[in-house]
Design a protein around this ligand. Structure first.
Ligand code: URA
Length: 211
């Protein structure tokens, strides 16, 4: 596997992904599992965040204690619509993060992404970006989203998903070798409709109960 791809192999996350995959898992359960996985993912993808010491007083005395360096400013950019599920979890752990939205849908025939919405904070060029979308399938949407984000000149970009297809990883890494990818699993292949097999189905439909 390319070294820009990190598979988050934590037992809790793997277990929760298996529950999400099951066809019989309800919309409500799917939603809460995605949120829980996202909290755990946020923990992993922020490992390299810088700390600085702050002078504080505990009830028993003074100390220098680590806090997140205030100059580290984040934007979580959700690819609509399924990215919303990851965004909700991440915001719970990082409530001060700013949020961006990219609306890109896949043309069902060509699978080519078409942009219908783009809104990020004005100072994105002074921020680190986490782009979130549960499924890295063909990679077309992810490649287009990162390209669009790069045009706003952020300090850094990480791409975070739950499931990836080998084809999507290959496509993404060819276009954006500088963008690290975090995923929970890499599945077998893409079917002719661009679905990840065995996957978990349509993440948006399962998250919002639209099927
Ligand atoms: N998007 C999904 O929601 N599921 C897939 O399997 C592929 C793309």
């Amino acid at each position: 596997m390319h070294n820009q791809v990190t598979i988050i192999n934590h037992p809790l996350i793997q277990h929760k992904l298996t529950l999400m995959r099951k066809a019989e898992t309800s919309t409500a359960k799917f939603r809460s599992l995605l949120k829980e996985i996202s909290l755990l993912l946020a923990y992993e993808v922020t490992r390299d965040f810088p700390l600085k010491d702050e002078f504080i007083k505990t009830p028993l005395g003074p100390m220098n204690a680590p806090v997140l360096a205030p100059e580290k400013k984040l934007v979580i950019v959700s690819i609509q619509r399924a990215g919303q599920g990851i965004l909700d979890g991440m915001l719970e752990l990082m409530p001060t993060a700013r949020v961006g939205h990219i609306g890109l849908y896949r043309d069902p025939k060509t699978l080519v992404p078409i942009e219908y919405y783009f809104k990020v904070p004005q100072d994105v060029d002074k921020r680190d970006v986490l782009i979130v979308d549960p499924m890295l399938a063909t990679g077309n949407t992810a490649v287009a989203a990162v390209e669009r984000l790069k045009s706003t000149n952020p300090l850094s970009i990480k791409f975070i998903c739950i499931l990836a297809a080998p084809e999507g990883l290959e496509h993404f890494t060819a276009f954006h070798p500088d963008v690290p990818i975090y995923t929970v699993a890499v599945d077998e292949y893409l079917d002719e409709h661009g679905y990840i097999i065995p996957g978990l189905g349509d993440a948006g439909d399962r998250l919002f109960g639209t099927k």
